[in-house]
Design a protein around this ligand. Structure first.
Ligand SMILES: [Zn+2]
Length: 310
């Protein structure tokens, strides 16, 4: 993901909502991190999402084409199939010769041309950062939320209208994203679909850090979905200073879908200027179950608001 110009946050001071769980106390890998086991709960469980995030991070750096990326695909696939999703891979070779693979999950056995709503994230981690860079927030957190949502959506009427997509190649090879470097997986996917595009797309990127501030890019998102997002935040009585909109422009995996006419929204945290982004500090000590839980609840409520209108 790339940020293009100056920053304006519509909202008041950035207050700490606070994660009151044990992970909030951990500030580095040198301190013990909490461990949880997967539970069958009726609602979105932040601890379940935390487990998935931690399992992905245990694989180490997961750049496109790596062995760890393949193991990550296998972990996500196992979970999705356990919950009844039909999983498919779409692979391609990037312009710089790397095999990339997007993972798709639908709740129908026959692959439909395109679903009504895409729920997306990216699962590649930035290449050449360091051997201990695990991309806990920038990569794993979005996938963790989608995996827990996959459990809850399983067998529901909405599941038949949703496609989960885990994109490869979001990250640029060079330090910063350019018009020709980055968003490889989502760009490939738009082209692959041709005219069979979804109506809606919700993209999640960096949604698991404690005390995060989500900034939905106002002008890069569909007005209909921004309205639905703002109504959702009110409905869930979340802190409106932590769930904001911004006039900042972003390049992210929603970009080429939006340009092709899909109504998109990107849930992404304020990260620019941070000391952790694309560094080894983006590890599990930054992640908290409550933060993942809020992101999951917002996404779930947003899905219901969008699909119940139709
Ligand atoms: Zn990144």
């Amino acid at each position: 993901m790339n940020r293009l110009s100056g920053l304006v946050v519509l909202g008041a001071a950035l207050l700490c909502g606070g994660c009151k769980d044990e992970s909030a106390k951990a500030t580095s890998h040198s301190k013990p991190l909490p461990t949880y086991t997967l539970k069958h709960t009726p609602d979105f469980c932040g601890e379940n999402a935390y487990v998935h995030c931690a399992e992905l991070c245990k694989l180490g750096p997961r750049p496109s084409g790596s062995e760890a990326y393949e193991k990550q695909l296998q972990y996500i696939t196992r979970h999705l199939e356990q919950h009844g999703w039909a999983v498919r891979r779409h692979s391609f070779t990037s312009p710089h010769g790397v095999k990339m693979t997007n993972l798709h999950a639908m709740f129908v056995k026959e692959e439909a041309p395109s679903s009504e709503l895409l729920l997306t994230c990216h699962i590649d981690t930035k290449i050449n950062v360091s051997d201990d860079f695990v991309g806990a927030d920038d990569g794993a957190s979005g996938a963790a939320v989608l995996m827990e949502l996959a459990r809850l959506l399983s067998g529901t009427e909405h599941a038949h209208r949703i496609e989960l997509v885990f994109f490869d190649g979001e990250e640029a090879v060079a330090e910063r994203m350019t018009e020709t470097d980055g968003l490889y997986g989502s760009k490939y996917d738009v082209e692959r679909r041709g005219d069979n595009l979804p109506r809606y797309m919700i993209n999640l990127d960096m949604v698991g850090a404690r005390n995060k501030t989500i900034q939905v890019p106002l002008f890069d998102s569909s007005p209909e979905l921004v309205d639905a997002y703002l109504e959702t935040i009110k409905e869930l009585k979340l802190n409106e200073n932590k769930w904001t909109i911004t006039d900042q422009e972003y390049w992210d995996d929603d970009r080429y879908f939006r340009e092709a006419g899909v109504a998109t929204i990107n849930l992404i945290c304020d990260f620019v200027g941070s000391i952790w982004w694309h560094t080894p500090r983006d590890n599990m000590s930054r992640i908290c179950p409550k933060s993942l839980q809020e992101s999951g609840m917002v996404t779930q409520a947003l899905i219901q608001r969008i699909l119940n209108k139709q």
